[in-house]
Design a protein around this ligand. Structure first.
Ligand SMILES: [Zn+2]
Length: 201
């Protein structure tokens, strides 16, 4: 396997790779897109929502806001000691309170742990007019892109070149640093291979 022409910035990397099988590249691509656990808002309890948008639609919109994720801080809720009820080891609360007239942005979501904050502060969530108010508590948990797009950690693609090599592109959506995303993809891929080996035994 030969890797060359590596270029990267904070969230993206591209490189050319030779002497590698397509199924392996495709497994890497699928792992990045659908198997890396990141935090996203799963439920919202509204104290007040007099905006033009109903609770369900607004919750869907807020759920898509990417959140900075420390994978070591949280258990997968299904595997947690709370047995899926939700506790401080597998969930984090985020609150928001706003009074119109104003545009409410993602940066106004305040995480209780001070860490699981939005990747971008400038995503508009809702526009409130005079006399409209918003007050809610949201609960975020780990999940994977295979279950819902809001938990997608990034994107990966590859293109075959004429000389039998492949150009590969990987981008993190920002929940995880690019290095952690790639490490997590290889670790996840490796553990799936180990799991398959055990099942074959
Ligand atoms: Zn728990």
């Amino acid at each position: 396997m030969k890797i060359k022409n590596v270029t990267h910035d904070k969230n993206r990397i591209s490189f050319n790779i030779k002497d590698v099988d397509v199924p392996m590249l495709n497994a890497l691509r699928r792992t990045v897109v659908s198997e890396i656990p990141v935090m996203a808002i799963e439920s919202i309890t509204y104290t007040t929502n007099t905006s033009i948008m109903g609770d369900e639609l607004l919750s869907h919109r807020i759920g898509l806001v990417p959140l900075k994720t420390d994978q070591k801080m949280f258990n997968n809720i299904a595997d947690c000691t709370c047995k899926g009820k939700g506790c401080g080891k597998c969930t984090v609360k985020l609150t928001l309170k706003a009074d119109g007239p104003k545009t409410v942005y993602s940066g106004e979501l305040t995480p209780a742990d001070g860490e699981t904050s939005p990747v971008f502060d400038t995503i508009p969530l809702i526009k409130l007019t005079q006399s409209q108010h918003l007050d809610f508590e949201a609960t975020a948990q780990l999940g994977i892109g295979k279950d819902h797009a809001k938990w997608q950690a990034g994107v990966a693609a590859y293109e075959e070149k004429d000389d039998g090599s492949y150009d590969v592109f990987i981008e993190s959506y920002g929940q995880l640093p690019l290095k952690n995303l790639i490490e997590s993809a290889f670790n996840t891929f490796q553990s799936k291979i180990e799991q398959l080996k055990e099942e074959l035994k």
